[in-house]
Design a protein around this ligand. Structure first.
Ligand code: PLO
Length: 505
């Protein structure tokens, strides 16, 4: 009897304390929720998460909350609110939630992409940033040179298909993998290396299961029971780590502290320099592995995915492809290959890439953020520990900001006279913004431009023999991947003739 009274009293006091604490505070509208399960029973939609979150706005407004099991989460669907989260109060929201899947991938929060905000994350990010400068303009190993070399291999591989229907995935993957591999390890893969296909496969498994709110990320105790998805994720991460460790081992043997040539060298040097400092964040072999793997994974999966989306859209809109080719013919012709400075000339290609990044953002919900302190968004209170989902998809498809947002219209990124690139709405940040903004944006933009310019200078893209156009509905994951498709890459007449006349001279 007594214990019953005491518990009731304590519950009442707790309730009153909570109510008092929230007096005068306003919270975002919340989806209905039950104890333990949270809002999950009310969220059974067949739509992909970003589309479902976009639709929920109609009922709950641009910002709303839900309970992901025991986790309180807020979805932000509007540009001005997202800017507040990412930029204005960037530091308040710069952390990441610890999840079972991301912990498996990142060795319990090491590396850059999935690690908590703090001095350790900052140090690794800075190390990567400073390594980028080793690959700038004047250096003998500059990015432009590396990308053009890979674009050349990519075009050679496509021409060897002799216009037959092929899936370009492996060649796009290899090209992006080799650019980032030279940045990380000063090495590259050959097309026939078996590792490439293995890597493509395990990356797909990882992308489909990491940070996408599967049950293990909501109820961590589920991992105590046999779980197929979890086993597959663990196996894939093991394979990935093994492959990266092999690369690290080979490169370590060549390491010379006086000649830092790539990201791994920079990390190894920092490890030696930091070893006698007690205040600096730790640099261990596992931290190095996770940092390099993050950069490698981010570099390869994002670029190759966008190149495939570009090809797919150009198959759907052949008139856009023709116009880009006309521009290439006029501004470059067939006597030389495209270079980065052509970006100011090939405006249609640039605007097409921008439009693809708008209509099919690489990461439609970014990577979830975490409030590391009590804060607010707009007029709403956001308690410390809230998971924040930025719905980039709805921001890029906001009808208040974009004219006919569902339509593919590259010309929206050009001024009236089609002479200048413009950003028609501020509701656009394909690479995120603020403290967690994409670290490799300039590299990604350079790769996308050069790969596409090289391909379109040489090839006509045609629909595969079965007449099937690629699906424009992707697969939801931490990267919004296109469903595998086939296309024909036929050498353009002008290019062929230019080659013939060059070889006869
Ligand atoms: C891709 C698969 C790799 O095996 C591991 C990996 C590491 C970093 C991730 C990347 C994956 C997907 C794209 C991510 C990147 C960090 C930043 C980038 C999420 C999962 C984006 C788009 O935010």
């Amino acid at each position: 009897m007594w214990w019953f009274l005491i518990i009731s009293l304590l519950t009442l006091l707790y309730y009153i304390w909570q109510k008092l604490g929230s007096l005068g505070k306003k919270y975002p509208l919340c989806l209905p929720h039950l104890p333990i399960l949270g809002s999950l029973p009310y969220m059974n939609s067949s739509d992909q998460a970003h589309i479902y979150f976009t639709k929920l706005q109609e009922k709950y407004g641009h910002i709303y909350a839900f309970w992901l099991g025991p986790w309180y989460a807020v979805v932000v669907n509007q540009f001005s609110l997202a800017k507040e989260v990412l930029l204005k109060k960037g530091k308040d929201f710069a952390s990441r939630p610890r999840m079972v899947s991301t912990d498996i991938l990142s060795g319990s929060g090491k590396g850059i992409a999935f690690s908590e905000y703090g001095p350790q994350w900052r140090m690794y990010r800075k190390l990567v940033q400073s390594t980028f400068s080793l690959f700038k303009d004047r250096s003998s190993q500059n990015f432009e040179k590396i990308i053009c070399q890979e674009a050349n291999f990519l075009c050679k591989a496509l021409s060897s298909t002799q216009g037959q229907s092929v899936d370009p995935a492996l060649d796009c993957f290899l090209a992006s993998a080799n650019v980032i591999c030279q940045f990380c390890f000063s090495s590259s893969w050959k097309r026939k290396d078996k590792d490439i296909e293995v890597m493509m496969h395990f990356n797909d498994v990882i992308i489909q299961s990491v940070a996408r709110d599967s049950l293990i990320d909501i109820f961590p105790w589920i991992q105590l029971f046999p779980n197929k998805e979890l086993t597959q994720l663990k196996e894939s991460v093991k394979l990935r780590n093994k492959m990266m460790e092999e690369k690290i081992k080979i490169q370590k043997e060549k390491f010379n502290i006086d000649s830092v040539n790539n990201l791994l060298d920079a990390l190894l040097k920092a490890k030696i320099n930091n070893s006698h400092l007690t205040q600096e964040p730790e640099i261990t072999d596992e931290h190095i592995l996770m940092t390099v793997s993050d950069i490698f994974g981010a570099g390869v999966e994002t670029t190759s995915s966008v190149v495939k989306w570009c090809i797919a859209y150009l198959l759907h809109y052949p008139q856009v492809k023709e116009k880009i080719q006309e521009e290439i013919d006029q501004k470059i012709g067939f006597t030389r290959t495209p270079v980065l400075s052509d970006r100011n000339q090939l405006l249609l290609l640039e605007s097409t890439i921008r439009e693809v990044l708008r209509i099919r953002p690489v990461a439609p919900l970014l990577i979830p953020h975490l409030a590391c302190t009590d804060s607010s968004i707009g007029e709403y209170t956001i308690p410390k520990g809230t998971r924040i989902y930025i719905n980039l998809w709805s921001i890029h498809h906001d009808p208040e900001e974009w004219d006919e947002p569902e339509k593919f219209k590259p010309e929206r990124f050009l001024d009236k006279n089609k002479e200048q690139l413009i950003t028609p709405s501020a509701s656009y940040f394909p690479f995120g913004c603020g403290p967690r903004t994409c670290i490799g944006e300039f590299l990604a933009r350079a790769e996308l431009f050069l790969f596409m310019a090289w391909i379109l200078q040489r090839f006509d893209l045609e629909v595969a023999d079965d007449g099937e156009l690629p699906s424009l509905e992707g697969e939801f994951g931490v990267v919004y991947q296109i469903i595998p498709f086939k296309a024909k890459f036929k050498q353009r007449k002008g290019w062929r003739e230019a080659q013939l006349s060059a070889s006869s001279q």
